[in-house]
Design a protein around this ligand. Structure first.
Ligand SMILES: [Mn+2]
Length: 448
């Protein structure tokens, strides 16, 4: 018998809402899983990718992660993992560093035996490169086999990876696929194979409304295997105690405004919670910042207000051509650029933003907008099953993809602003000087 914890999508280093408290929450959630692994004396912790939120975790996050892995190692519990799309770098993987330190095993085509189960790994592979995959895995002589993989697999929402193809083309028969990437926990059977996501361990977006947790998976050759049920693989869900999120929906009627919103917010337990308020309906205009300040005064850790009502704005633009900056602004208005694009333009041109800070300013602004999208436009898409999934699903995938595109685009901006001027002055160009061949990414060769 083999008993393992199956977790993933830890997203360590994610300063959600630009909050250092939230950043610590993501690391703490990993610590809580490690606690349970040690207390429960499991045979291994299986991590299905996205241990880190991005490919450049900060030193504090790396040190925190290493401390957790060391606790697990001291307890004699192996940590087996694959690489997710968020943390993947082109120059080598952080997981290789942990393996080099003796704290992790990077799963791949060769089996890693734990008890009577052989574990294999399949890192995240972009859609464009999946046709080249041959799913060739080396033989094993264990009772069971499991494939640990990162990607959006059928039959779950937003899937772009065909599970039947993987299973039929694989040279090993898998009893289970232990997955990461989709942050919504779920279990299904595809032909004879159990397929499951444990979900993320902290809410990485406001659409993740359900409680967070992980899987406890037991492989037992002696368990009953009948036509009706296969108990040889048992997947049980375990809950994690995470940061409270409070979702407040306020539908304003004629004559109602900010005081009604406050009244509704006050109905909830706000202490140390992330409070997300959505305003719909009619009524008077409200000032989101004032409501957010009210919620934090009442004890909330973070508050965000999204006003979904369409409010007409008839403000006339009065442009003075004496100021060329104003002329540019007017022209930009005519171009009907998105607000996000205008923010980027503003950051690039503003005299108040020094050239060396353009990258960070743009990144922050774009991240804010993505968070707003996450929080409200996607509204409950991934977390619940209340219909409209197909439409929302696209948004989820798009938002995930955007996260990386943004980073890449910012690298491009960085490269452009970095070339002509201030050679050496720009701190953010460190990465470029380290490994210019890898497009501004930190190369693991720099560390190994
Ligand atoms: Mn993820």
């Amino acid at each position: 018998m083999t008993r393992v914890i199956h977790t993933g999508d830890t997203h360590i280093g994610y300063a959600q809402y630009h909050s250092s408290v939230r950043r610590q929450d993501f690391l703490d959630a990993f610590g809580a899983v490690i606690d349970d692994a040690i207390d429960g004396d499991v045979d291994a912790v299986i991590h299905a990718g996205d241990l880190f939120h991005d490919r450049r975790p900060e030193l504090a996050d790396l040190l925190g992660t290493i401390s957790e892995l060391r606790r697990l190692d001291d307890a004699g519990i192996p940590f087996l993992a694959v690489v997710g799309n968020h943390e993947s770098t082109r120059g080598g993987q952080w997981l290789d560093l942990f393996e080099r330190l003796g704290l992790a095993t990077r799963l791949g085509n060769e089996p890693t035996a734990v008890g009577d189960t052989a574990f294999y790994g399949l890192d995240h592979v972009p859609v464009s490169r999946r046709d080249d995959l041959d799913y060739a895995f080396a033989d094993h002589d264990a009772e069971h086999a499991a494939l640990v993989a990162h990607g959006l697999f059928e039959p779950f929402a937003y899937a772009d990876w065909d599970t039947e193809t993987v299973l039929s083309e694989s040279t090993v028969d898998f009893d289970a696929m232990l997955l990461g990437d989709n942050h919504t926990p779920d279990v299904a059977q595809v032909e004879e194979t159990w397929v499951t996501y444990p979900g993320s361990t902290e809410r990485a977006s406001a659409s993740e409304r359900e409680g967070r947790g992980y899987n406890l998976v037991t492989f037992d050759a002696d368990a009953v295997d009948t036509a009706d049920s296969d108990d040889r693989v048992a997947i049980r869900r375990r809950a994690l105690d995470t940061r409270p999120f409070v979702f407040v929906e306020v539908d304003l009627r004629e004559g109602e405004g900010e005081s009604r919103v406050r009244e509704r917010v006050r109905e909830y337990e706000l202490d140390n919670a992330v409070v997300l308020v959505t305003v719909t309906g009619g009524g008077d205009p409200v000032t989101p910042a004032a409501i957010e300040a009210f919620a934090t005064d009442e004890g909330a850790l973070i508050a965000r207000v999204a006003d979904r009502r369409e409010i007409e704005q008839n403000a006339e633009v009065d442009v003075s051509f004496a100021d060329p900056e104003d002329a540019v602004r007017e022209r930009l208005n005519e171009m009907a650029l998105s607000e996000a694009a205008l923010d980027v333009d503003e950051a690039v041109r503003a005299e108040t933003v020094p050239d060396s800070n353009v990258r960070d300013t743009v990144k922050r602004s774009v991240e804010e907008r993505i968070e707003d999208l996450d929080a409200f436009d996607r509204g409950g898409a991934a977390g619940d099953d209340d219909g409209g999934a197909a439409d929302d699903g696209d948004n989820v995938v798009a938002a995930e993809g955007n996260g990386e595109t943004v980073d890449d685009d910012i690298d491009d901006i960085d490269d452009e602003t970095g070339t002509g001027n201030d050679d050496g002055e720009n701190e953010d160009n460190d990465d470029d000087t380290k490994s210019s061949a890898t497009d501004g990414q930190v190369s693991m060769e720099d560390y190994l």
